[in-house]
Design a protein around this ligand. Structure first.
Ligand code: ARG
Length: 459
């Protein structure tokens, strides 16, 4: 038998395979709430403009609430033959309220309907991401507060570079997540235009009020071009792009956690709550959550590339290709929210190990730059010459298997006779970090200022 919604010109029903490839109800049922919200706004507008009678609109709006409660209670019988959430809801409405249900679709199409539903859904995700990022930033700031002068090695190439402070390292991530949050807000502001009323692609001859539905649904305004309204998926792509960058940031700290929690580093201890054991090796405590976070970026970025590829080369306006937008976005959003929550929990529980951090900071000639800077400041050497002298001293210490601070003054003077006892003052890791007072530097005094700034901003 042919389809009740569009079967007028069909003699035959679809092949089972056609039904299987065409149906989206298996996943777009997640848009039920948004679909009903959008339809309720549309019905109210149709009544306000005199296109529907008040009593029909009221019956429709009440009926839609019944449908929603059935869906939320898990009592709704979803049908694959009815393709998608839009037709499933409308068909059930028809069963519940009869003839008025058939008037709901006046002046709209599934094309503007799905764009509206999906935008509302993505907008909720952006808001959830905003809240998740704020919570995450707070736990990183709390970690920073626990160690504004706790010395640890700073790395380049994962080789010891210069000592930094734990607080400084934690705040580096706060900066990243703040940019992510600003991208979220930016995307939300840009996407917040209502497609509803663009109809199939050309607009409608009915005297609808798009401003009214836009404002009822919390949009800033209606979209200005009906062709664009039904074919735009930029909002989903921007969400995936923002999420990809954020997941990339999470994966970098996740990687640091994997390295830092290893027996070779022992920089941090992960809580039992965010670790797992091995079924064979009794001693193991594995950073599985961190590893999964490191991996989730693959799924999220994969979704971005998948949807970009779906959209690429699509002629205006709607094509069914666009139905493939949802699963990618749903999966990416689920991964994103879980990742933010897992990282927030892990970081809240994280315990730094100050002794291991300090010992690692002091190893690897990490204060060599401080020695070179001292030669510039105290002996007037050009920096390039100071670099060379310091390199020779590092070589000497390395040959003897000791640190720079363990070299005798006479040995140092054999390389450069302007070196005095005062040089030893700059060779400790504490002196090193304390000296980095330039704006944005790792000196505890600067880190404390930044902690105060973030605490105020996040309060
Ligand atoms: N299920 C469809 C989607 O997700 C809804 C829009 C269908 N529109 C159409 N002209 N077939 O894109």
């Amino acid at each position: 038998s042919s389809n009740a919604m569009w079967g007028g010109r069909f003699a035959d029903g679809p092949d089972a395979i056609m039904e299987a490839i065409n149906a989206s109800i298996g996943f777009d049922r997640r848009l039920a709430k948004q679909d009903i919200e959008g339809s309720r706004a549309h019905a109210a507008m149709l009544a306000a403009t005199g296109i529907l009678t008040d009593s029909d609109a009221e019956v429709i709006r009440e009926g839609l609430l019944t449908v929603l409660s059935e869906i939320e209670a898990g009592e709704f019988a979803f049908s694959t033959a009815l393709e998608d959430i839009h037709m499933n809801v409308e068909a059930r409405l028809k069963e519940l309220v009869g003839e008025p249900a058939g008037r709901l679709h006046t002046g709209r199409s599934r094309n503007d309907q799905v764009a509206t539903d999906f935008k509302l859904w993505v907008r909720d995700q952006l808001d959830a991401m905003d809240a998740g990022l704020t919570a995450l930033m707070k736990v990183f700031v709390a970690q920073a507060e626990a160690g504004p002068d706790m010395v640890m090695p700073g790395f380049t190439h994962l080789q010891t570079a210069q000592p930094v402070t734990w607080g400084h390292h934690m705040l580096a991530y706060v900066e990243m997540f703040a940019r992510d949050r600003s991208r979220v807000r930016d995307a939300r502001a840009r996407m917040n235009e209502s497609p509803l009323g663009a109809a199939a692609l050309a607009g409608t001859g009915f005297a609808i009020d798009r401003e009214m539905t836009a404002s009822a649904l919390g949009f800033d305004r209606p979209t200005a071009n009906s062709l664009d309204a039904v074919s735009d998926r930029d909002f989903a792509l921007e969400f995936l792009s923002v999420a990809s960058i954020c997941a990339m940031h999470l994966s970098r700290f996740a990687e640091e956690l994997v390295i830092w929690s290893s027996a070779q580093f022992r920089f941090v201890t992960l809580s039992d709550r965010f670790s797992t054991g091995s079924s064979i090796m009794p001693q193991k405590k594995n950073p599985d959550a961190a590893e999964l976070l490191r991996a989730k970026v693959g799924r999220i970025t994969g979704a971005l590339i998948a949807l970009l590829t779906v959209m690429k080369g699509l002629p205006l306006a709607y094509s069914k290709d666009m139905q493939e937008d949802k699963e990618q976005v749903f999966d990416a959003a689920d991964s994103m929210m879980l990742s933010l929550a897992a990282m927030t929990g892990m970081v809240a529980d994280l315990k730094p190990n100050p002794e291991a951090l300090r010992a690692a900071a002091a190893a690897g000639f990490s204060t060599a730059t401080d020695l070179a800077d001292w030669l510039v400041r105290e002996a007037g050497l050009p920096f390039r010459d100071a670099h060379h002298v310091t390199g020779a001293l590092v070589k000497m210490a390395e040959d003897r298997g000791c640190d720079l601070a363990d070299l005798a003054l006479e040995d140092m003077q054999s390389v450069n006779d302007q070196i005095t006892e005062g040089v030893f003052d700059v060779l400790t890791v504490e002196a090193s970090v304390a000296s980095r007072i330039s704006y944005g530097g790792t000196a505890p005094v600067r880190v404390r200022e930044q902690i105060a700034r973030w605490k105020e901003a996040l309060a």
